[in-house]
Design a protein around this ligand. Sequence first.
Ligand SMILES: Cc1cc2nc3c(=O)[nH]c(=O)nc-3n(C[C@H](O)[C@H](O)[C@H](O)COP(=O)(O)OP(=O)(O)OC[C@H]3O[C@@H](n4cnc5c(N)ncnc54)[C@H](O)[C@@H]3O)c2cc1C
Length: 617
Amino acid sequence: MKKNFDILIIGGGHAGAEAAWITSQFDLQVGLISSPNASLASAPCNPAIGGVGKGQVVREIDALGGLMGIVADKAGIQYRTLNESKGFAVQSTRVQVDKDLYTKNVEELLAAVQNLSIIREMVRSVERVDSHFTVTTELGNIVTAKKIVVTTGTFLGGKLHTGEEQTAGGRVECKESVGLNELFNEIKTLPNRFKTGTPPRLDRKTIDFSKLEPQESDSGTRNFHSLNSPFKRESRQVSCYLTKTNYETLSIIRANKERSPIFNGQIKGVGPRYCPSIEDKAFRYTEKDVHHVFIEPEGLDLETIYPNGVSTSLPKDVQESFIQTISGLENAKILVHGYAVEYDVVDTSQLSKTMEYISIPGLYFAGQVCGTSGYEEAAGQGIIAGVNAALAFLGKNPLVLDRYDSYIGVMVEDLVTNKRDEPYRLFTARSENRLYVREDNTIPRMRKYRRELELTSALDDFQEEFLEEVSLLEKLVDSTMLYSTKENKIYFDQYNYGPLEINISFKELLKRPDNNPITVLDRETRRLGIAFDIDVVRTVAVATKYEGYIDRAVVESERINRLGKKKINWESLADSKNISFECKLRIKTIRPETFAQLQRIEGIRPATLAYVAGNII
Ligand SMILES: Cc1cc2nc3c(=O)[nH]c(=O)nc-3n(C[C@H](O)[C@H](O)[C@H](O)COP(=O)(O)OP(=O)(O)OC[C@H]3O[C@@H](n4cnc5c(N)ncnc54)[C@H](O)[C@@H]3O)c2cc1C
């Protein structure tokens, strides 16, 4: 075993795998140490990558040279474009993956990296000694490193709950790690532990698929990895299915409130507001009995099915009863029961935007240990922490992403400017600039950041060429006119382009509300005898279509940015009669010093923000 590394990553989940992959591209000696009983980048919850806001993160990671997009394409078994009806600007990619194929590919790709050593042991303690760190494993082995990236997920002080049953563990069938305060002696943890949960896994053979609504893989959704051909899939494609809960389902859950660890006081940790358990839904929305349940395969050859939407920590017998009330699941057999896990979280207000712990240089944190929830959030932080550990080791300038042009930038800033009081998830409303931070313009947005890494690979050549083509096509769109000739009028009618009473610019045609700008631009460039790559066409077409909105959004986000810098007096707000009790409680806990910090507190109402903006600053 090699014992002295330039950079050591502790934990091999999605954050750790991403950090290991990127740091080893810098030609440093890198170690990844992770527990022997959890496979690398495994999926303890739904094996799906992407989603609203998160698809953007996967493409941002990909543009920086990351791993997640490459592996999601290798293991992708069902592709969807979410928000398809809402317009191109807010669309996101979601890919259901085969969870075994995913982890197998991550393990193979990491094992093939020459300057990366993978050690499968539990870490027992981390100590800072002069300018390096000494890490001691459970077996008493000692490893040293100049920089450390900690990505231990839900394992620190982890406790699992299923009804009255409570066991120590990081997730099902995985032993817990010692708590944060035991692992380090100088780290600030949040006073509240966090919690997350997962649904029971069902036996595929016991589900009556004829009663469910199938959702096929969408062949028009682009693969994640930019160097992959857009639509050619690497794995066989399958369907996911849709069913619903009903009055009977929710009645069983409501009748067992006192047996629910969330409601009987057994679980003290705070769960993710935007990913509620079925118990939360039952008691939060008492008038609603119908909730969607997506029946999603965990793999091509795996027997387990994931019922997305019924995460629970109710006792096993209650889980069995309520599952069988759902259409198509009347005979469903549970193979693994649902559970919740409580764990320690680091106080991210102690981190800088490089994910470095401010008072302990050389120590970085990323992933669920930072209070986030989700694979993409974890991987996005992993790449930032990994890159910055490498750049710091090499004495180079740090990489900090701006919230105005990336979702990773939004997340990092939200995390480090606030003390968290509940798990953090990314969604598009967290960005002030979401019309600009899209999937289709990832390379134009991210190229400047990738350049800062000073790495050279096929990805860099590809991105430079891509930008050249985008610029060429933009010039063509700017300079081409469509003349109101008889021949053109017939052509316009043929493709339903709308009237051509006067000459119009190419731009105007793309902006017409009923035209799909991608189809039109693709067809028209071909007509001119110049075939551009479909990704280049998409980037230019969507940017042109939304040009006016985007310009307005940029002006608005600059205004918000200016307002955000204004100082506020949190003590006077906490006393104010014009602010709700719940908002005042959050203000007292988090103590925001600027309007931007106030805005980023989870649960602060728009009315409070309007009051502060109009009356206080
Ligand atoms: C029960 C459960 C439910 C979830 N529900 C959802 C959900 O509904 N939606 C969602 O988006 N996300 C959910 N998640 C979260 C998602 O799984 C995580 O956000 C993501 O996996 C976090 O990645 P990570 O790399 O930060 O940590 P993890 O994936 O947890 O990986 C941590 C790694 O660190 C290793 N490790 C820990 N301690 C040590 C140590 N001392 N020594 C060596 N190795 C160590 C572990 O073995 C593991 O490999 C859930 C997770 C769990 C466990």
